[in-house]
Design a protein around this ligand. Sequence first.
Ligand code: CDP
Length: 250
Amino acid sequence: MHTNTNLENPVCTGPRNILISMKKIVIAIDGYSSCGKSTMAKDLAREIGYIYIDSGAMYRAVALYCLENGLISKGEIKEEELRKALESLEITFRKDPQTGLPQTYLNGTNVEKKIRTLEVSGQVSHVAALGFVREAMTRQQQAMGRQKGIVMDGRDIGTAVFPDAELKLFVTASDRIRAQRRYDELTAKGEPCSFEEILLNLQERDRIDTTRAVNPLRQAEDAIVLDNSHMSIEEQRKWLADEFRKATAE
Ligand code: CDP
């Protein structure tokens, strides 16, 4: 399993404003599904010139690989085949030159759109519950954060991937608000979807993510909680900038 952030074309876009500090840290953002973690992590990384890594995209890419290669049949994952396949699976991130947004590549193919479908959402938490899948992903994620200067979002970043991260955030919002945001996002992309189906999917993923045996989703003891149910993007951005300043104050 090879993952890199394509350093020739890194996801970070470079410092944009005064938020930049000399002290490079690791920022871990965890939380429930569809609570806006990735939007806030992406924005923050752009503001401060850090690399952004969407760890969920990596699990989604593995789930997509399973679906496209018959490794999931009737809800059962063919674990031994997946274990072998993982050795040669290559997940990389590259920046879209037009939009500047990070794109996920699986074995050299852009799968950004495919990994966001409800079909993948319906399988990803089962795939992500497998210990050997988590081990492979965690190893790659830790390698990406070795130089610091990284914002990573997911479910176990502050607890398992970077337990020593200098800034840990735990994001949450009510499930109906989260489902509405995901519904709006898919609708804006022109993808037909049903609110009820999205709500059920995120409730089910939260259930699996919080109850799995290996590195379940939970709040790290030293994480700062953000309930953004009633926060605008701008309020959230200010809050985040403040937390970043505090964490990097020498
Ligand atoms: O975008 P959303 O919050 O709905 O999910 P995601 O971040 O794309 O993650 C998709 C799924 O991958 C989650 O529901 C988890 O099952 C799994 N995941 C995980 O187990 N550990 C992570 N660090 C990130 C994601």
